[in-house]
Design a protein around this ligand. Structure first.
Ligand code: CA
Length: 219
């Protein structure tokens, strides 16, 4: 899952970035409203964590512009504890949820998981398909009931595919889920992770669709 973090406070930004990366999200961090707007126009994110008080361009303004482009990406706004008016304005401008600063990190992570679930049209918190299950809250994967140890990037590839059985994702689409700007992308990275996953899940769970990409078949 790829997230955009919009936060001008260096200390808060750095702390949240560390936590999100530790949870295996690919994260891009921008520190003002103009950069946020640019990133949202050029990249595909699974979720945006948006501070409202930003230099150069207000967070609310960035949010309104995003929704005016009919973008559906889930947006979680961050506001000060006493700023009820900001929360209302943010929700009415198209935010999906809010967190109050200072964050309780566990609550922030749970709200992110809930939004990602909702935006994927899922109610159940655990991905489960043909004997393989992934629990994003505990980061536990099992295969036929047995624990499977997946690397962060194997997890990210599998999560993207198992979220939509039957949907073919291209290598480029999977790379977008895997890498933030700061990461080096080697040209065969996705193949390497798929290869690793096949060893752990069995050869048939992820199938190659020649010339198109990868799929977890529905049946
Ligand atoms: Ca701020």
């Amino acid at each position: 899952m790829r997230l955009l973090l919009v936060e001008d406070d260096a200390m808060i930004g750095e702390a949240v970035l560390q936590v999100l990366r530790a949870e295996h999200y690919a994260v891009d961090w921008v520190r003002d409203g103009v950069m946020a707007d640019g990133a949202l126009k050029s990249e595909q994110y699974d979720l945006v964590l948006l501070d409202l008080g930003l230099p150069k361009r207000d967070g609310l303004d960035v949010l309104r512009a995003l929704r005016a482009r009919r973008a559906h990406v889930p947006v979680l706004i961050a506001t000060a504890r006493d700023a009820v008016g900001d929360r209302i304005a943010g929700l009415d401008a198209g935010a999906d949820d809010y967190v109050v600063k200072p964050f309780d990190i566990d609550e922030l992570l749970a709200r992110i998981r809930a939004l990602l679930r909702r935006s994927a049209g899922r109610g159940e918190p655990v991905f489960s398909h043909k004997g393989v299950s992934l629990n994003p809250a505990t980061r536990e994967a099992t295969v036929q009931g047995q624990p499977a140890l997946l690397s962060a990037r194997e997890w990210a590839v599998l999560e993207a595919l198992i979220a939509r059985p039957g949907a073919v994702l291209s290598r480029a689409q999977l790379e977008e889920k895997l890498f933030s700007w700061k990461d080096d992308v080697s040209s065969n990275a996705v193949e390497v992770y798929v290869h690793g996953l096949r060893k752990k899940l069995g050869n048939d769970f992820i199938q190659t669709v020649r010339g198109l990409g990868y799929v977890v078949p529905r049946e």
